[in-house]
Design a protein around this ligand. Structure first.
Ligand SMILES: *[C@@H]1O[C@H](CO)[C@@H](O)[C@H](O)[C@H]1NC(C)=O
Ligand SMILES: *[C@@H]1O[C@H](CO)[C@@H](O)[C@H](O)[C@H]1NC(C)=O
Ligand SMILES: *[C@@H]1O[C@H](CO)[C@@H](O)[C@H](O)[C@H]1NC(C)=O
Length: 494
């Protein structure tokens, strides 16, 4: 009977035809719901989870379903939530808590039927990001937060030259070597009794706010081990391989240097200001992209400033191949005298609009481009220039699987785009792999865990006494009237 009705209707509307095909029909009980937003202890500025539409055979449906997933929050928690349709049969739900609460019940419905194991009950207390309610045990906290047990390979590699952290030794070397106020900005942080202190060197130290923010955020969630760190506020890595005397935490690494890489300030800020001051973050970039793959233009898109000669070269290539590449400079700073040649500069385009195009170009600026995580998240195929610079996650990426590689001098750029156009299925597959990588490695939870793993390594290697020294400034937690709720203690018994 049902098939007959379907048949009759489908002869009139092709839309219903897809819904009537069993393989595209959503089976609420078979859908997948997962993510840190379903766990009480995963305190994040924006908590989030994924919903994946599946059919009755448990196969993923790779297109937007006809019906809607409805998400209901109960339990008296004050919060704000959003549902993003990623337009590939999956959804991201995110929510920001305003007040602590004892229990949060999340129900997900599809056509009024409960989805997967819904309702999900988060047993209290459920604390918002701004509450200072640190867990006592760092290792138990890491587990309950959902961090990997094994320290990331990149971290182990970066730490290898520093089996023990003796700041009595590092500090004087660092203070001499990096005291170049006009070209370098570095800070020495001390975390003692879960309070943050610092002293910075350099004429431009405004970027210390990113380090302040991540340390304070983590100290609200968990009692940090006593730590001493040296951090670089600039983009260029600082520790030359041949000197290799001090462990420096930097946002960008290179093959010629020995800095220890951490997530860039862009990605860190996107994590801490998610559903806050920042509009572009790893969730919104997946949810605010306007078009599904089939409707994106088969063009490579790029916007940026003139921070590298190769970017000027890109403009030349784009002019010769305007059917394949839409690239323009948005600002001239480093090559002002060449504005006549490579200009005119164009107006800023919203990052979300980049993804009206199937291919995105990742071309170095002064160092690695910190937009790479966001490009991967947007679901287009990323063409990545070869580079000696890297961020904390590059070593996990595989060329031709997560991205399409291109030569540093861009000599194969046009061929690569032509390849992608002629091999749409493969290009699409790479785009999906890149996005899946972002979902598994670059989301807010992963950023917090990466820092946690770095701090754990430091704790385990530190041999010098951690002391707040004269001249250090205490970094205060922001004011908050939040009162922590009593509840079960996170213990090391999992
Ligand atoms: C740390 O370095 C200082 C200065 O070189 C040295 O006196 C001290 O013994 C070292 N401490 C350890 C535990 O290695
Ligand atoms: C290039 O991108 C801009 C901004 O999205 C758009 O307005 C313009 O039409 C594009 N040009 C081509 C040739 O697609
Ligand atoms: C560009 O780089 C490739 C190697 O990546 C090299 O084979 C080629 O000769 C270079 N082209 C130019 C024009 O320098």
């Amino acid at each position: 009977m049902r098939t007959v009705v379907c048949f009759l209707i489908s002869t009139f509307t092709s839309l219903l035809l897809t819904e009537c095909k069993a393989e595209n029909r959503v089976d609420p009980s078979k859908c997948q719901v997962y993510g840190p937003g379903l766990i009480s202890n995963t305190v994040l500025p924006a908590r989030y989870f994924f919903i994946e539409a599946q059919n009755s055979e448990g196969k993923r449906i790779r297109k937007s379903p006809e019906g809607v997933f409805e998400v209901k929050f109960e339990g008296g928690c004050r919060l704000w939530h959003e549902v993003f349709n990623i337009r590939d049969g999956s959804f991201i739900v995110r929510y920001k808590l305003y007040k602590p609460c004892q229990e949060l019940k999340i129900s997900i419905l599809y056509n009024n039927k409960l989805v997967a194991k819904s309702p999900y009950v988060l047993e209290g207390p459920v604390h918002p990001e701004n509450c200072y309610c640190p867990s006592e045990d760092f290792d138990a906290w890491m587990r309950s937060f959902g961090c990997p047990a094994q320290t990331d390979k990149q971290i182990l590699e970066d730490f290898e030259p520093f089996p023990s952290w003796n700041f009595t030794e590092f500090r004087p070397v660092a203070w001499k070597r990096f005291n170049r106020p006009n070209s370098m900005s570095v800070c020495n942080y001390v975390v003692k009794n879960n309070e943050v202190h610092r002293k910075c060197l350099g004429a431009h130290v405004g970027f210390k706010m990113f380090w302040d923010n991540i340390l304070l955020s983590m100290a609200r969630k968990v009692k940090l081990p006593d730590l001493e760190l040296l951090v670089n506020l600039g983009d260029w890595p600082l520790v030359r391989l041949e000197e290799l005397k001090v462990p420096m935490l930097s946002w960008c690494g290179s093959e010629e240097t020995a800095d220890i890489v951490v997530p860039t300030y862009e990605l860190t800020e996107a994590t801490l200001e998610c559903m806050g001051r920042v509009t572009l973050d790893m969730l919104s970039v997946q949810g605010n992209t306007p078009l599904p793959w089939e409707q994106r233009k088969a063009m490579a898109f790029w916007r940026g400033r003139d921070s590298n000669r190769e970017r000027l070269h890109l403009i030349e290539i784009a002019r010769e191949h305007s059917d394949l590449i839409n690239a323009s400079l948005t600002n001239f700073f480093f090559f002002r005298d060449l504005e006549e040649v490579y200009g005119p500069k164009v107006k800023h385009v919203s990052f979300f609009e980049f993804f009206e195009n199937k291919y995105q170009l990742n071309v170095d600026g002064t160092v690695a481009t910190y937009r790479f995580p966001f490009l991967l998240g947007g679901g287009s195929t990323v063409l990545k220039q070869e580079s000696t610079y890297y961020e904390h996650f590059y070593s996990k990426l595989r060329p031709w699987h997560h991205f399409v590689p291109m030569a540093q001098n861009l000599s194969d750029l046009v061929d690569r785009i032509k390849w992608a156009k002629e091999n749409d299925k493969e290009a699409r597959e790479i785009a999906l792999n890149g996005q899946a990588f972002a979902q598994e490695n670059l989301m807010p939870k992963d950023v917090i865990c990466y820092y946690a793993m770095v701090f754990r390594e430091i704790r385990d290697r530190l041999v010098s006494d951690v002391k707040v020294r004269k001249g250090m400034e205490k970094v205060l937690q922001p004011d908050s009237d939040c009162k922590c709720l009593e509840g079960h203690v996170i213990r090391d018994e999992l």
